[in-house]
Design a protein around this ligand. Structure first.
Ligand SMILES: *Cc1c(COP(=O)(O)O)cnc(C)c1O
Length: 359
């Protein structure tokens, strides 16, 4: 039988592991931070009619510049942005990959602050970019001092700050972002995949003016309840979009993706209607976990990292036996739990209470 390493694969990929959050069909899936609420019927109907229209021209290549989508995204983000400052791709993972292709690569270095999003090192490795992780301080917080020192020491070409941070939920203040930008002469990426859930912090979008090396990465996969459509985007100086044009594949965003995303953005208020409820469930989950004697971390996103779990593997399995899927991100004594609907949140709280013997 042929093994991966029997193939003439690139040396830098030998021994590497692919991204692999388990995909299991269970009643309560709280493992990959999706918005678990259904999209409303009227919005779905509108999306379907826009897809039908797009299908009429499906023999033709799509708009390579996805101009209408970029206009919709600019309107949605406000902050005085125009469509020439917006760029989209198949999920913000592809946005990150295009950024690494344009600004990273062999002999170059990317820096982030661990624990953080597991795709950063994977995309660094697939683009042959060196990757350095500097540890966050207590409770996974980030200070101006820590970030500035790390940048001064490592002199990265790309610095990524995830805010709120996945998998810890930690918000990052706008002052830290400003300090990081001042400290680097490379690209600073702020990954705001969970920005819509954040109440504690302003988006770094307000910093874009006059900062041509700053990139804000966003996604429709989380708050927007659109993970299956694969739509991510960035806001930056328009020169950054020109850099993306050098590395993207022509027609990378299908006509169907463009149509669905434009339709969803036309209903953005309705699409985001569930965000405040998800925040309530997150806060409820936090209190409940604390009451169980566990150690949840403060979160500004739609999930909670909970510490104080003696045997995370055993708890993960016991939850799965009860039809509940959460995430073991590999941080000792923790699990990460997405805030779902009210009944999903109730299910996970009750199961945890039972498992910890307090019920
Ligand atoms: C989920 C997530 C993303 C993006 O996912 P896409 O579905 O590819 O848009 C990006 N960054 C972080 C930190 C995430 O948690």
């Amino acid at each position: 039988m042929t093994e991966l390493n029997d193939l003439p694969i690139r040396d830098s990929l030998k021994g590497k592991k692919p991204y692999g959050a388990p995909q299991l069909h269970v009643p309560v899936a709280l493992n990959v931070n999706e918005n678990t609420h259904d999209i409303s019927e009227p919005v779905l109907v509108d999306i379907i009619s826009r897809l039908a229209l797009a299908l009429k021209d499906i023999n033709r290549y799509p708009d390579r510049e996805f101009t209408n989508l970029r206009k919709s995204l600019a309107l949605y983000l406000e902050n005085g942005l125009t469509e020439d400052q917006l760029w989209a791709a198949n999920g913000s993972n592809e946005i990150l990959q295009q950024m690494f292709m344009a600004f990273g690569g062999p002999g170059r270095k990317a820096l982030s602050f661990s624990p953080t999003y597991s795709m950063y090192p994977i995309i660094a490795s697939s683009t042959d970019t060196n990757y350095v992780e500097v540890k966050r301080s207590t409770r996974y917080e980030l200070s101006e001092e820590l970030v500035v020192e790390a940048i001064a020491e490592h002199k990265p070409n790309i610095t990524i700050i995830c805010s709120p941070n996945n998998p810890t939920g930690t918000p990052v203040s706008i002052e830290v972002i400003k300090a990081a930008y001042e400290a680097t002469d490379g690209i600073l990426v702020v990954d705001e995949a969970y920005a819509e859930f954040s109440l504690n912090n302003d988006s770094a979008l307000s910093l874009l003016e006059g900062r041509e090396r700053l990139i804000i990465s966003r996604t429709m996969s989380k708050a927007f309840a659109f993970a299956g459509a694969r739509v991510g985007y960035l806001a930056a100086d328009k020169a950054v979009c020109d850099a993306m044009r050098l590395v993207r594949l022509p027609y990378h965003l299908s006509a169907l993706t463009q149509a669905a995303a434009e339709a969803a953005l036309d209903h953005s208020a309705e699409m985001l209607r569930t965000v405040s409820e998800i925040r309530e469930q997150r806060d409820r989950l936090y209190v409940a976990l604390q009451d169980l004697g566990l150690d949840p971390y403060r979160s500004d996103a739609n999930f909670i990292l909970v510490g104080g779990i003696e045997n995370p593997d055993a708890v993960w399995n016991a939850l799965l036996e009860r039809g509940i899927l959460v995430r073991n991100v590999g941080i000792p004594n923790t699990l990460r739990i997405t805030a779902g609907t009210e009944s999903e949140t109730t299910a996970v709280i009750e199961a945890m209470a039972e498992l910890l013997g307090t019920k």
